[in-house]
Write a protein that binds this ligand. Structure first.
Ligand code: PLP
Length: 399
């Protein structure tokens, strides 16, 4: 490669190392699960995956993936509108729409793509998108892309601040369309969007709401149908985007669920649909089995929350101060980035895999380790993790 470019990259990488923000990849030798075998480490308890329902290695889900592979082969070899649409896509899209309480849905190769394909397609120069300050990077980039291509307006409201959201809605009252977008569960804080209030404001100001429910699909609501079920507004959210890469089997893929007209319009016009391959049938098949497992056994969701509540209470009783919340994302704030990374390393030495996050992923001085609980964790897994927290917390003078 060009020597000057190579040198620039190497210098940047060295700086990441020096600042302690270089990401070392850890290699897992087994299937994803509550415990995995990690290269050079042996068996460890995982408290950092998005495998909320434990379906990533569920026998039914794996079997369905194999059947999909046998039936449809390894690849679609096409985008959807040419010759890449298979019957399993229609079946999965019907199941997903029903799950999240929408008329229709359309799958993408990722939720990143679903967000990227939404704003730039739906909005024009006369429209305004209003986004929560803590929304996911894929929403931020999706909005940037829309602004660049369509010249739509945009505004950001303070995190979950309904007064500020209303101010921004009023300021955009001359726009043709006002589109409010929020995460369902915010991934770094583990808190839930005030969706009932947002829906009310959106109706009052003749706007639309998009919820990215990636962390909440399969997780929130009595039967895992997401933030809308949790907030009592199932069927009232205009657009839901979400991922298949978290609770629903964890492979990859995402979707947009909305009215039939919007999904059809995206099929016609959304650029990731038109220019990027369809969701692999293997994944469509396994994700479909994940949705069916959830539908037939919603007790998984109750188990997930019972375990998350237990873990949260036990952390508190050991002197930690996790952020308050009601989701399986349990962040413990430590302050300095180096401290969070150090704690994460010490926990790994104790056989527990918890990721440390620092600046710039979270604000300066709010570095944290983030625990994520799965319905597949046994009490023994959680107790082992708690014992590791207690030991490491004492060593670091945290408790
Ligand atoms: C994880 C996540 C995504 C990305 O999902 P992929 O399907 O992996 O692209 C998008 N939005 C939110 C809110 C997420 O948490």
């Amino acid at each position: 490669m060009n020597a000057a470019v190579e040198q620039r990259l190497r210098a940047a990488l060295e700086e990441f190392e020096a600042k302690g923000v270089y990401k070392n990849l850890l290699y897992i030798e087994s299937a994803q699960g509550p415990r995995v075998r990690m290269e050079g480490r042996g068996e460890i308890v995982v408290l950092s995956s998005n495998n909320y329902l434990g379906l990533a290695n569920d026998p039914d889900v794996v079997r369905a993936g194999k059947e999909g592979l046998d039936r449809y082969g390894a690849g679609t070899s096409s985008v959807r509108f040419i010759c890449g649409t298979f019957t399993v896509h229609r079946e999965l899209e019907q199941d997903l729409a029903e799950l999240v309480g929408a008329e229709a849905s359309l799958t993408y190769a990722s939720c990143w793509n679903a967000n990227e394909g939404l704003f730039a397609t739906l909005l024009g120069a006369d429209d305004v998108v209003i986004s929560d300050q803590l929304n996911h990077a894929s929403i931020i980039d999706g909005v940037r892309l829309a602004r660049g291509i369509t010249k739509c307006g945009s505004a950001v409201y303070k995190h979950s601040d309904m007064a500020d959201l209303e101010t921004k809605l009023v300021a955009a009252k001359s726009a043709r369309t006002r589109l409010v977008v929020t995460d369902g569960i915010f991934s770094m804080e583990g808190d839930v969007a005030r969706l009932a209030d947002i829906v009310e404001l959106v109706r009052k100001h003749d706007a639309l709401v998009v919820v990215d429910d990636s962390h909440a699909t399969g997780v929130l609501g009595a039967t895992g149908r997401g933030t809308a079920e949790f907030a009592g507004v199932l069927g009232e959210v205009d657009v839901i985007t979400s991922t298949l890469g978290k609770a629903l089997g964890g492979a990859a893929g995402g979707f947009t669920a909305a009215s039939t007209a919007l999904c059809d319009y995206l099929t016609q016009q959304s650029r990731p649909q038109l220019f990027s391959n369809a969701l692999p049938c293997t994944v469509a098949s396994s994700a479909r089995a994940a949705v069916r497992r959830l539908r037939s056994d919603p007790s998984m969701v109750a188990r997930l929350h019972a375990s998350a509540n237990y873990f949260r209470e036990q952390l508190i009783s050991r002197g930690f101060k996790p952020l308050p919340g009601e989701t399986p994302i349990i962040p413990v704030i430590l302050g300095e980035t180096a401290k969070a990374i150090r704690m994460s390393q010490m926990l790994l030495d104790e056989g527990v895999f918890v990721t440390g996050f620092g600046y710039p992923v979270v604000p300066q001085g709010e570095a944290r380790v983030r625990c994520q609980i799965s319905a597949a964790h046994t009490r023994e897994d959680l107790d082992m993790a708690l014992a590791a927290f207690e030991k490491v917390g004492r060593k670091l003078n945290l408790t």
